[in-house]
Design a protein around this ligand. Structure first.
Ligand code: COA
Length: 168
């Protein structure tokens, strides 16, 4: 039996291409059939390695979870963007490669992201998920999130409802 080490750390520039690949696979897996095809393809194409290298250089924190040397997922986090919610921190995105889902890695990455926000002195946390993304809803309510607000996101003229989960 091989033992694989699991490591969660801040992303480095050299991770940019691998994160772009995770983003591509995870977004296709999660949103095909929910977000209209053209809008989804455009969003994926916009975020290649260069885009991620810039994101890593800028202020928003990008974390990666690495398993046996492979980037299995990423999370981005920072200040809460929704003024109407009082929580100070936000996980903007949390995505795993489809083949790495369902084995507890999301839970680990989520805890690390939450801890990092707390370390930055941010009190409380918000995460938004599309209402049709049932796995994400199950994941965040299972992680103790309270769904307290709703919003709408429009993709190619298709309006999709989104839900905000909060942790105090
Ligand atoms: C949502 C996601 C981050 C969860 O991470 P994960 O590693 O797959 O989840 P875990 O293995 O840590 O599971 C934790 C809990 O999440 C829920 N969950 C995870 N995968 C699930 C699935 N496929 N269906 C239903 N619930 C699921 C379960 O409640 C599970 O609890 P349990 O182990 O007690 O049953 C991950 O599956 C993912 O990246 N999905 C696609 C992208 C996405 O939807 N991201 C969130 C966008 S807001």
């Amino acid at each position: 039996m091989n033992t694989l080490t699991i490591d969660i750390r801040k992303a480095e520039i050299r991770d940019a291409d691998a994160i772009a690949e995770v983003h591509h696979e995870a977004w296709r897996g999660a949103y095909a059939g929910i977000i209209p095809h053209r809008a989804l393809t455009a969003m994926i194409n916009r975020r290649g390695g260069e885009w991620w290298a810039n994101a890593i250089r800028r202020a928003a924190t990008v974390l990666v979870i690495e398993i046996g040397g492979m980037i299995a997922g990423y999370a981005t986090l920072g200040r809460n963007r929704a003024r109407e919610l009082k929580q100070q921190g936000e996980i903007y995105e949390l995505y795993l490669r489809p083949e790495c889902q369902g084995i507890g890695l999301g839970t680990r990455l989520f805890s690390a992201a939450r801890q990092r926000l707390a370390d930055h002195g941010l009190k409380g946390m918000v995460v938004w998920a599309l209402e049709e993304n049932e796995n994400a809803l199950a994941f965040y309510s299972g992680a103790g999130g309270r769904d307290i607000a709703e919003g709408v996101e429009v993709f190619d003229q298709k309006a999709l409802r989104k839900v905000a989960f909060v942790w105090e």
